[in-house]
Ligand binder design. Structure first.
Ligand SMILES: Nc1ncnc2c1ncn2[C@@H]1O[C@H](COP(=O)(O)OP(=O)(O)O)[C@@H](O)[C@H]1O
Ligand SMILES: [Mg+2]
Length: 355
């Protein structure tokens, strides 16, 4: 589903904006600091209730304002609203009603974000890759969120017990439950990575021909040993350390070329393309499995990519049939694409230009 109308009030340097994006490729251009990224950030907020560039949510509230408000109309019927004030109070609305959980917004508005920082997916630790897997599993399996949340809570409880030097028998009771949910979680993550591999191959083949990238799932503990056994045999060490060393919280996605981690072989441009391939694959899978379209947010498209690669990336995005928002400083660099709608941002003022 695409965003048909988007309104922002007191969000970063945007006092008020009301835009009508097209269902396909949208270009947002403007000088540095004009507010382009803020528009993408607002869409992100509406889905996830947080920013992608600051951990402090109040930072996005316009200086000297009490709160920011966002609104989006999706398709013909769905209306999403989100407001947050300086005290951290959040009000979310789906079609005028308060949702039970904020995660419902993310379900209605699935997003894929590509920014100059997206390299982190490949260069940083496993957390970002685990989140990548979990995004896919979350959107493809209705049970996933509940299982994921249970697992997280049980792990937290176990770590507390470890630190308080609780009795081994008491920990063993919790471990039984933890083992159960760890297996359920892992089953779903593995199934999702298997289907991902099916679509990823073709996309990587287009972006990085002749680079044999292999993607595999690592579950977070030795796959030949049942998790029950791992928890039991490592209990003593876990107690000494005060946390659980192995488990689903250590899962990872491994990306290798000729058995060498991609970050040690590929150039920055190639890494960026690989990140793009991963994100596009995620969206393609979602639409294949669930006939749901995710929206792509591509910030600062030109960074790290030459003109041929930019064209390739945009064509791939166009082929997904999804709504895409691309930001760029210089629209000339992207003149080769037929944009459905073009927006210009200047000092926080967003205007629609004829494309
Ligand atoms: N809370 C805020 N209130 C008002 N202006 C802000 C706030 N936070 C950031 N800004 C300003 O908003 C502008 C927009 O930033 P950004 O969206 O990153 O621009 P762009 O992506 O076009 O380079 C910047 O000039 C920044 O100084
Ligand atoms: Mg920017």
């Amino acid at each position: 589903m695409a965003i048909q109308q988007l309104s922002l009030t007191h969000f970063r340097n945007i006092k008020a904006a009301d835009i009508r994006p097209a269902g396909g490729l949208n270009l947002i251009h403007g000088a540095n600091g004009s507010g382009k990224t803020s528009v993408l950030e607002a869409i992100w907020f509406l889905s996830l209730g947080r920013s992608f560039r600051s951990h402090q949510s109040q930072r996005v509230i316009q200086y000297e304002q009490e709160a920011f408000t966002l609104f989006a109309r999706m398709g013909d019927e769905e209306r999403l609203g989100f407001r947050r004030n300086r005290q951290g109070e959040v009000e979310a609305r789906i079609n005028g009603e308060r949702p039970e959980k904020l995660a419902q917004l993310a379900k209605l508005l699935p997003l894929q974000l590509i920014t100059p920082e997206s390299f982190a997916l490949l260069l940083d630790g496993p957390k970002a890759r685990r989140e990548y897997i979990d995004w896919g599993a979350f959107h493809s399996d209705p049970q996933f969120h509940l299982i994921w949340a249970r697992c997280r809570r049980l792990l937290k409880q176990r770590n507390q017990l470890l630190r308080s030097q609780a009795d081994d028998r008491q920990i063993a009771i919790w471990d039984k439950q933890l083992a159960h949910y760890s297996n359920e979680l892992t089953l779903r993550r593995r199934a999702w990575v298997d289907s991902l591999n099916g679509v990823l191959k073709g996309i990587i083949g287009t972006f990085l021909p002749n680079v044999p990238v292999r993607v595999s799932f690592s579950q977070g503990w030795d796959s030949k040993t049942p998790i029950e056994q791992i928890l039991e045999s490592q209990l003593h060490r876990d107690k000494q350390l005060g946390y659980t060393v192995s488990g689903p919280h250590k899962a990872d996605l491994r990306l290798r070329v000729n058995n060498i981690p991609v970050q040690d072989v590929l150039s920055r441009g190639q890494l960026k393309l690989l990140v793009c391939a991963l994100k596009i694959a995620q969206g393609v899978l979602l639409s294949e499995q669930h006939q749901k379209q995710c929206i792509y947010l591509v910030d600062d498209l030109a960074s790290e990519l030459d003109s041929e690669k930019r064209t390739q990336l945009l064509s791939q995005l166009e082929q997904t049939g999804s709504q895409v928002f691309v930001t760029a400083i210089d629209p000339e660099q992207l003149a080769m694409m037929s944009w459905q709608r073009v927006f210009h941002v200047e000092h926080g003022q967003v205007t629609t230009k004829d494309s």
